[in-house]
Write a new protein. Structure first.
Length: 304
């Protein structure tokens, strides 16, 4: 079953085209990454999925329920953890979660609320007023609010932005458990190592359009390849090898280069060419490319 179906969604803010015909299909039980630089359209798309704003064109459905024409049913299937720390300063943590439960018609939800608080290490703060919590604790409450109605689809919009390592570990342990139990997870994050560790499939947005959509393993294999990292004590990269350079930086005793390679058999011809050009290699290493390398390549228009 399709958890989220996004079909040709467009959204414009005056002269800004925030989304320019985005289409995605996220299957039930997936751990899906939605990535892109600031201004790519991620938050606009999430706001449309959540029913907070309406698209100018196209449609979004959650478990078959259109977010505009069947809003109530769609919203019950969805839990969203927003970027912003939005909270009511007049309630305790438990009161906040009970109130959120009430929005979904769940008046006797304390057993699940207790379980969510325990899994997010909020139990000791249950009777603490929201305004007395640290930023990290408030972030945990936002996650708990998104989960009080046991939604089958959970959207995490930068859930670990500005929080400590302990919360990250706690959050990912709980979210991973929910995913194993069948919940669909959609994650946006600037921490690409998190996305690489958690997501099985990713879409990358750039200026309101999908520029990459594939499984994590396929993207790494098809686009990034591996890297040959060279520290040149003298000399430089010859012109015919320049297209392979992913990035470079000066170091104290020369220059450091990262070159894209697809097969290990390419290494020796590259080294031979460098020697012919008078380059002196101080260090070298082979490194499997990661999601950050893929992201940079695609955003620079070098993805295949």
């Amino acid at each position: 079953m399709t958890a989220i179906q996004i079909s040709n969604v467009e959204k414009r803010y005056k002269s800004l085209q925030a989304l320019g015909g985005v289409s995605l299909s996220i299957e039930e039980g997936e751990f899906f990454g939605l990535l892109g630089p600031n201004g790519a359209g991620k938050t606009t798309l999430i706001s449309i999925i959540a029913g907070l704003i309406r698209p100018d064109a196209g449609s979004v459905s959650i478990h078959g329920h259109d977010v505009v024409t069947d809003f109530r049913a769609a919203r019950k299937k969805l839990g969203v953890v927003p970027q912003e720390l939005v909270f009511d300063p007049f309630f305790t943590v438990r009161e906040t979660l009970r109130l959120q439960s009430g929005y979904f018609g769940l008046p006797n939800n304390d057993k699940w609320i207790d379980e969510v608080m325990e899994n997010l290490d909020l139990t000791t703060k249950a009777d603490t007023n929201m305004r007395a919590l640290s930023g990290g604790m408030k972030r945990r409450v936002l996650v708990a609010q998104a989960l009080v109605h046991k939604p089958p689809v959970i959207v995490l919009d930068e859930p670990t932005a500005g929080v400590d390592v302990e919360l990250r570990q706690t959050l990912w342990k709980f979210i991973s458990r929910l995913n194993r139990e069948g919940h669909t997870i959609v994650l946006t994050t600037h921490y690409l190592e998190e996305a690489q560790a958690m997501c099985k499939r990713v879409a990358m947005l750039k200026t309101g359009k999908v520029v990459a959509l594939d499984s994590m393993s396929s993207l790494i294999r098809r686009i990034a390849g591996s890297q040959l990292i060279l520290h040149l004590k003298a000399g430089d990269i010859p012109a015919d090898l320049r297209p392979l350079v992913l990035h470079n930086e000066p170091v104290e005793t020369g220059k450091k280069y990262s070159l894209k390679i697809n097969e290990y058999t390419e290494v020796e011809p590259i080294l031979a060419r460098l020697r012919e050009n008078g380059a002196v290699i101080d260090e070298l290493q082979l490194q499997q490319a990661d999601l950050e390398d893929i992201f940079i390549q695609i955003m620079e228009g070098r993805g295949v």
